[in-house]
Structures are given as structure tokens and as C-alpha cells.
Design a protein around this ligand. Structure first.
Ligand code: SF4
Length: 313
């Protein structure tokens, strides 16, 4: 039995859901029609890898109300992944706190009227969490499940500047501090493979993640999407990109997990955008659950688990 209370070698989101909700909760992506401050008000035109369309299910349309998107999502998922424990409305597209508070409340509260929706997940940027939004979240979390997913992406200001993220690492720490002050559950989203960075660097950055101490974390390998400035950069300066094979990624993730605080719940290890959006596809459609199996096999082979290196220090 590991510190989080089950036999798996990492603190998994499925364990968390089972303990808190009795089992798996299906996320229903919602496009609430928001934009992103990094795309509309900055000269650089957004993050160089940004391709929101690649992450939006085909049945989603921002022309439809939040309620009707959620009802469509329920119909879509109940055939594929029957799930009796309910749903989370996942405000995923663009920056979901980038609107006047009145508009945000309208959209979030509409989601909560849908039957079997147990809570909401709000994806956003660290520089887009106003005091009034945080105050509203403080109240909201007392009457529903809530998680704020914050794009951290890199712990290096040089990288953040290079990819036009439009915020700094200090801003990330400030955002998590303000969320923590209010006890608002938060998830950190990180990308491995951004230009100019190397695996040794990511591994040493795990200290920063432990310091940030989000309740949840999501890891993604870098995906390069068609039509983005990053696609051009990859074509012209491939030497700036350190891309890993599946085997290398598995070994790296195991090293990372062994150094990661056992308290942080890991939601994902990789992203799975449809191949038609990808400029470079290296992993031959490896599904997330297959990757997780490989990671767990490797942890077992080496006798490691999440936080095992920290514990033995
Ligand atoms: S913050 Fe998100 S939506 Fe905004 S430009 Fe970057 S990747 Fe795109």
C-alpha cells in the first residue's frame, strides 16, 4: 500500500475520484465562447503552439448554449464510456475566466443546472484570475465541486517569453498562492518538450512543482499543430526541440514521478489530439491508458513510486 492508499505506484486521479465520488466522473468539454487575453490584446498573437480547435470535440459549437453542449456531451459519452457517477462541466476552450464576472457566473451557473453535473472545471491562465473571480470561486466551491486548471507550461521565463505565453513564472506562483489562500482546488498544466528545454532541466524543475504544490497536475508531451508558428519553428530550427520516443518519455516520467511529492494527484501523462491536427506525430496513436500501463510497468521494474526518491533522501 502506497502513501495515497492503494496499490498503484502513483497518486492517480482515478483513485482520487473513487475516494471522493465513488468512481470515475466523465468530463464534458464546453466551449463557452470566451477568447483569450493573449490572443486579442497582445501583439504576438498568442502562444506559438496554440490550436484550440485540436482539443475541442467535434460535437462542440460555441453557437450552442452551455446547457445544450452539456446535453450533447452526455449523449455522446454515455454510449462510449457509460459512467454512473456523474459529470463535470469542463470549461476547456481558450481562457475561461476572460469575461466580465456577470457573464462568467451566467455560464458556470447554467452548467450546474444540468442533471448529473456534479461540478465544474475551469481552464485558465495565471494572469487572468481577478479578485472578484476568486471571491466568486471561494463561494462556489462551497456548493459544488470546483477545480481551476492553470496553464503553467514551463518553469523558465526564457521559454515562456520565447513561446509568447505572456506571463512569467512569478505570476504562476502568485496565482497558486492566491488560489491556496482561498482553498480553491487547482491543477497545474505542464508541457514537456518546449523549444530550448532539455529533459535534465524538466527533471530538476520538479522541485518547483513540489514548491508550487497544486492539488492536481497534468503533464503533456509537446504536440506541434499544423498552421501554428511553432510548426514553422520546428521546420526551421529542429535542433531547439528535444522530442522523446515513447520509451524515453516513459523513463523520463518515471524519474520525474520518483521526485514528485506524493500528495500531488496526477491527472494525465500525455495529450491525445486527433492526428489530423498534428504536424508531427511520433507516438503512433499510443492511447493514454496504454502509456500509463507502460509507466506503471517501468516503476514496478525499478521498484520506484511517486516520491520514492524524496522519501529515501
Ligand atoms: S493561453 Fe491558451 S488560448 Fe491563449 S493563446 Fe495560449 S494556448 Fe491559446
Amino acid at each position: 500500500m502506497f502513501p495515497w492508499g492503494d496499490e498503484r505506484r502513483f497518486n492517480s486521479y482515478s483513485r482520487f475520484c473513487k475516494a471522493h465520488y465513488g468512481g470515475r466522473i466523465q468530463r464534458l468539454p464546453v466551449d463557452a465562447g470566451f477568447s483569450c487575453p493573449n490572443r486579442v490584446s497582445r501583439t504576438e498573437g498568442g502562444c506559438t503552439y496554440c490550436a484550440n480547435v485540436a482539443f475541442s470535440p467535434s460535437y462542440l459549437s460555441d453557437n450552442e448554449s452551455v446547457v445544450s453542449q452539456l446535453e450533447n456531451g452526455k449523449r455522446f459519452f454515455e454510449k462510449r464510456y457509460p459512467c454512473n457517477n456523474g459529470y463535470f462541466a469542463y470549461f476547456q476552450s481558450y481562457t475561461n475566466t476572460f469575461a466580465p464576472l456577470r457573464v462568467l457566473c451566467e455560464k458556470y451557473e447554467a452548467a450546474l443546472t444540468v442533471s448529473e453535473v456534479k461540478g465544474i472545471i475551469v481552464s485558465t491562465r495565471p494572469d487572468c484570475l481577478s479578485e472578484s473571480v476568486l471571491d466568486y470561486f471561494s463561494e462556489l466551491k462551497n456548493r459544488t465541486e470546483l477545480c481551476v486548471e492553470v496553464g503553467v507550461e514551463s518553469f523558465h521565463n526564457e521559454t515562456l517569453e520565447h513561446i509568447h505565453r505572456g506571463h512569467t513564472v512569478e505570476c504562476v506562483f502568485e496565482a497558486f498562492h492566491r488560489l491556496k489562500e482561498r482553498n480553491i482546488p487547482a491543477c497545474a498544466h505542464l508541457i514537456f518538450g518546449l523549444p530550448g528545454e532539455k529533459p535534465e532541466q524538466w527533471l530538476s524543475d520538479v522541485k518547483m512543482l513540489n514548491e508550487l504544490r497544486p492539488q492536481f497536475v497534468k503533464f503533456h508531451q509537446l504536440q506541434i499543430f499544423k498552421g501554428t508558428p511553432m510548426e514553422v519553428e520546428f521546420a526551421t530550427s529542429p535542433e531547439r526541440f528535444h522530442t522523446l520516443t515513447v520509451e524515453e518519455y516513459v523513463a523520463f516520467i518515471c524519474d520525474y514521478l520518483e521526485n514528485l511529492s506524493a500528495e500531488i494527484v496526477v491527472e494525465r501523462f500525455s495529450a491525445e489530439a486527433p492526428p489530423r491536427f498534428l504536424s508531427v506525430s511520433r507516438w503512433n496513436l499510443l492511447r493514454h491508458d496504454a502509456l500509463v500501463r507502460k509507466i506503471e510497468e517501468e516503476l514496478e521494474r525499478r521498484g520506484g513510486w511517486q516520491g520514492s526518491v524524496m522519501q529515501n533522501r
